[in-house]
Design a protein around this ligand. Structure first.
Ligand SMILES: Cc1cc2nc3c(=O)[nH]c(=O)nc-3n(C[C@H](O)[C@H](O)[C@H](O)COP(=O)(O)O)c2cc1C
Length: 289
């Protein structure tokens, strides 16, 4: 790559932007001006980006300094749950390795609760072959999800073809995707819906429920998967055509999400969740008893 290649230029401008951000934080104390909710969202986003970057070896020192500022402010305000503190400290100051013990911190006796808590978005895999029957089990689990009017508007395309993996990586540009052993494309048949409004509202929910079933089954089968967004606006028309040609997707079908999947090499530290009591309201928003 030459010194002035677009890739180098964009790296320099990203670095410049990050330095500018850091100075802004230093002088304006941005984090102090945010409401609790804004701070929580900003912190979660920053820590998540660092966590995700790790799996593609893209750790950015300045990004992590800004995240630390958010973190200390949020911790001082007492707005983080224990799990969130553990997660932030692990990503911002820790070794970045899986801590199996932390998965088992809380004693949970029912099998579903264990699987729900153990499932993680895995972003590093072994290049091991997976039998077709295993994929059948995943789709068997996916199809039992609820769907609006029981439409079951989805199809699933499994691939481990190198050209397919590279194509998806080049479209999403998330480094770890280059090393995914398999992808499962989730498509939705647009004709299943009566109107565009129905399609927009229901298709993501229908696919989302099926994908979650699939991810939980994958956890049960000791596979590691990561749900990859396929936001329509982030995909150009050219890229959409390339996908349609590569996978022979019919015109009335849309890709809604892509799942990267394989035998996990490493499982991330559990990203903390908010306190249940903070999200649970009885009768009225804000009432806690
Ligand atoms: C709709 C949706 C889209 C997602 N898209 C991506 C993505 O493009 N890249 C990625 O690395 N993770 C993606 N994720 C995974 C989330 O980052 C992850 O679920 C979240 O950080 C919590 O971590 P956990 O799944 O390990 O509990 C997505 C999750 C959902 C539900």
């Amino acid at each position: 790559m030459t010194k002035d290649s677009p890739n180098n230029r964009s790296k320099i401008s990203i670095l410049g932007y990050e330095i500018f951000q850091l100075l802004r934080f230093e002088y304006l104390k941005i984090e102090k001006k945010l409401s609790d909710d804004e701070l929580n969202i900003a912190l979660r986003r920053r820590v998540h980006l660092i966590e995700k970057g790790y799996w593609g070896n893209q750790i950015n020192f300045i990004k992590s300094l800004i995240a630390k500022r958010y973190y200390f402010e949020a911790k001082n305000r007492g707005i983080l749950s224990h799990e969130e503190i553990d997660w932030c400290e692990h990503i911002l100051f820790g070794t970045f390795r899986t801590d199996e013990k932390s998965d088992k911190r809380e004693v949970v006796n029912d099998e579903l609760a264990i699987i729900l808590k153990k499932r993680r978005s895995v972003r590093s895999w072994r290049q091991t072959k997976i039998k077709k029957e295993i994929f059948e089990k995943l789709i068997e689990a996916a199809k039992w999800a609820p769907s609006s009017c029981n439409r079951q508007p989805y199809d699933f395309i499994v691939t481990d073809k190198k050209e397919h993996i590279t194509l998806i990586y080049k479209i999403k540009r998330q480094k770890f995707l280059e090393y995914a052993p398999y992808f499962i494309l989730v498509t939705i048949n647009k004709d299943s819906y009566r109107s565009k409004e129905d399609f927009i509202y229901f298709s993501g929910l229908d696919a989302g429920a099926a994908i979650q079933n699939l991810l939980l089954k994958a956890e049960e089968l000791n596979l590691g998967a990561c749900w990859i967004n396929w936001k329509p606006k982030s995909i150009s028309d050219k890229e959409r055509d390339r996908m349609k040609n590569a996978f022979k997707i019919p015109d009335d079908y849309e890709v809604v999400s892509v799942i990267a999947i394989g035998k996990p090499k490493e499982k991330p530290f559990p990203p903390g969740r908010k306190d249940t009591k903070e999200m649970l309201h009885f009768e009225e928003y804000g009432s806690k008893s």
